[in-house]
Design a protein around this ligand. Structure first.
Ligand code: ATP
Length: 315
């Protein structure tokens, strides 16, 4: 059942970046808003656990750099329509896993499917067309283009770019207008409409993160993968970003996001997957994951193959 929609603070975009969160904003904090019934309630909290309605399924996916096994995922299923957080210490393989799933990197081994269709060796732009998009830790917005131009660039399959279509303006003008309408709707939703014609380079760090998210939605994806969307964002805009992430889930989208802030992870996730040294070492609902021995050890640096270690995969 979808959570109540969070409308978000009305005026956070007008506020200076370092403005403290007001009491009223704190009261509407998305951190307190969770779906009441999770479709994952009956799933065992263990690595590789099957999901009732998996949108992404990965098997035996590995990626090695030199002698280093950056990703070594045996089996992972991601449930449709929920927020899954991917956590793990620095260098655990989270970004590499994102890159592999979305066609930005090639694995050494493995197969994975999205909505039941195999995705191995499908290039990134086709992965996006099939409905799975990602954002990056560092913004990919083009600073010397306007906010609107950045949005329009993110739309796929534009007819005016094809040679023959370009000869017939009537064919692409209607599509161009539709793309601009969608861009304007999204800019309004993300409260960036007043920056529409400004260069992206003039946006604050937090606004760039919002623009990245808005751009990702131009292709009307079913699933978004957000790589540290909160990194470097001030507290006022953090609330806004969190509101947008839960808003995506409430609109029926599937969200996978990498995050280091455990309060955020515990607050908005329906499910948490933890990686360490390339492997999935634990999965479960947030309240179980924060007490999971393997997760705690991974963050504290204890190796799972050390004598005396107990409890891998147990939440
Ligand atoms: P962080 O939380 O710090 O972003 P992460 O969990 O996303 O870390 P990755 O960035 O996926 O981890 O890196 C996993 C491992 O692979 C690290 O040891 C990293 O140094 C290594 N690695 C990643 N990309 C490359 C590359 N292009 N060449 C060589 N090694 C790489």
């Amino acid at each position: 059942m979808p959570a109540e929609r969070w409308e978000g603070p009305v005026d956070e975009q007008e506020a200076p970046d370092d403005r403290p969160i007001t009491r009223a904003e704190a009261d509407t904090s998305v951190l307190e808003q969770r779906p009441r019934i999770s479709p994952l309630e009956d799933c065992p909290a263990e690595p590789g656990t099957p999901k009732p309605d998996a949108i992404l399924v990965a098997d035996q996916v590995s990626r090695t750099y030199g002698g280093l096994r950056a990703v070594d995922v045996e089996h992972l299923e991601l449930q449709r329509g929920v927020i899954t957080s991917l956590i793990g210490p620095n260098g655990a393989g989270k970004t590499t896993f994102f890159n592999l799933m979305t066609g930005f990197d090639r694995p050494d081994t493995g197969r994975w499917s999205f909505n039941g269709r195999p995705l191995a060796r499908v290039p990134a732009y086709k992965v996006a067309r099939r409905g799975m998009v990602r954002t990056f830790q560092l913004t990919k917005s083009l600073m010397r283009l306007t906010v609107l131009e950045n949005m329009k660039l993110a739309a796929v399959d534009q007819r005016g770019e094809r040679f023959f279509s370009a000869l017939f303006p009537g064919r692409w003008r209607a599509q161009e207008a539709a793309i601009e309408r969608r861009a304007d709707e999204l800019l309004e939703r993300f409260k960036l409409d007043h920056m529409r014609d400004e260069f992206a380079g003039t946006l604050s760090g937090g606004q760039r993160k919002l623009l990245d998210m808005a751009r990702a939605l131009m292709v009307e994806p079913e699933m978004v993968m957000l790589d540290e969307p909160m990194a470097g964002v001030n507290p006022a805009l953090t609330q806004s970003l969190l509101g947008h992430i839960t808003g995506l889930r409430d609109r029926g989208m599937t969200v996978l996001f990498v995050e280091h802030d455990m309060d955020v992870v515990m607050g908005i996730s329906d499910w948490v997957v933890c990686m360490a040294e390339g492997r999935i070492i634990a999965e479960g609902p947030p309240d179980k994951i924060c007490m999971n021995r393997a997760v705690i050890d991974a963050y504290l640096g204890t190796r799972h193959d050390e004598p005396g270690y107990e409890g891998e995969g147990q939440a």
